[in-house]
Design a protein. Structure first.
Length: 329
């Protein structure tokens, strides 16, 4: 099922951000007087139906140096909606006479717009800046005053306008992947110098994706995460991993291999061997899955790459000494 999230509201006008005072994160949803809703004018919809499932799902963290878009410009109002929003601000006189006067000149008196472009209803939208709510450093990066863009025309050059690549990066933040608690054999506790098998449920670890779309611009992007490897960190230097690197590559869609009876003396394709007892405590084994991230979108040929993502979790592993049994004749 597709879920709709409206573009985040611009910051208050006293900061100068986006040239608007709309502090409602969802924006007005009533009819704007010309048959359009703010929801359809300024909304980004996210289809999360192909995300990971289960109670332990979580957001992946980009590996390496990567920052999401700090902000972007996008359609926010029809002419009637912008008129209603701005006149409501002027009516309460909360922004100061000088600012209100400058705004009236800009949007009503023809310097450069006249009467909120009501005569252009249905022929375009008012655009403004939106900070990325998941990336606080972006709150003051898009500070251009609200401006008009005719339908089927590009926004002014040089601005970080909403586009398929930006949608792909926003969809990246919406991806949720399964938890990474590995199954171990032996399960409850293991022994010193005993190879311990590790694997993940292959049914859960398959590609997931999120699609982000702006209907009024007819653009969209789908960001896909595909699991590629599992890294085992035993939680102590007194351990060996299988393979030696601790990185278990995915083979035939499987991460590790379930233990089968009769294989206790074999080295597991993915696992760990502890060399020292955990005493009265346990070791914090950490399992981290690396996900390869790519996206496709409107007007884009083929899949494009984004930085890999990682998602991991710790679990306690109890390691005991092997008890020798002395038999007397």
């Amino acid at each position: 099922m597709a879920a709709t999230l409206l573009l985040s509201a611009p910051a208050p006008a006293r900061t100068g951000h986006g040239g608007t005072t709309n502090g409602d994160a969802k924006g007005p949803t009533e009819d704007g007087g010309d048959g359009s809703l703010t929801a359809s004018a300024g909304g980004i919809s996210y289809d999360r139906s192909k995300n990971g499932k289960g109670p332990k799902t979580g957001a992946i963290a980009p590996a390496g140096a990567y920052s999401p878009p700090p902000c972007w410009y996008g359609p926010a109002y029809t002419p009637a909606q912008f008129k209603k929003e701005r006149e409501a601000v002027w009516a309460v006189d909360s922004t100061g006479h000088q600012w209100d006067l400058a705004q009236r000149k800009r949007y009503v008196e023809g310097e450069p717009y006249k009467n909120f472009n009501l005569d252009k209803a249905g022929k375009g939208y008012w655009w403004t800046g939106f900070p990325n709510p998941t990336y606080p450093p972006g709150w003051d990066k898009c500070d251009k005053e609200t401006f008009w863009v005719d339908e089927n025309e590009p926004p002014p050059p040089g601005l970080p306008a909403i586009d398929p690549e930006t949608l792909a990066k926003l969809a990246y933040a919406e991806i949720r992947v399964p938890g990474t608690k590995v199954t171990l054999a032996p399960e409850a506790e293991t022994k010193v110098n005993l190879p311990t098998w590790a694997w993940l449920d292959g049914a859960e670890f398959k590609p997931v994706s999120v699609t982000a779309r702006v209907d009024v611009l007819d653009i969209e992007a789908t960001t896909t995460a595909e699991p590629v490897s599992l890294k085992i960190d035993p939680g102590t230097p007194d351990a060996e991993t299988y393979p030696e690197s601790g990185v278990c590559e995915i083979v035939d869609g499987k991460i590790g291999e379930p233990y089968a009876k009769g294989r206790s003396k074999q080295d597991p394709p993915c696992g760990v061997k502890y060399l020292r007892s955990s005493g009265d405590g346990s070791y914090p084994l950490k399992a981290t899955v690396t996900w390869k991230i790519s996206w496709t979108g409107t007007g884009v040929d083929g899949a494009k790459q984004l930085p890999d993502g990682e998602f991991g979790a710790e679990q306690d592993v109890v390691v005991q000494e092997i008890q020798a049994i002395n038999r007397q004749a």
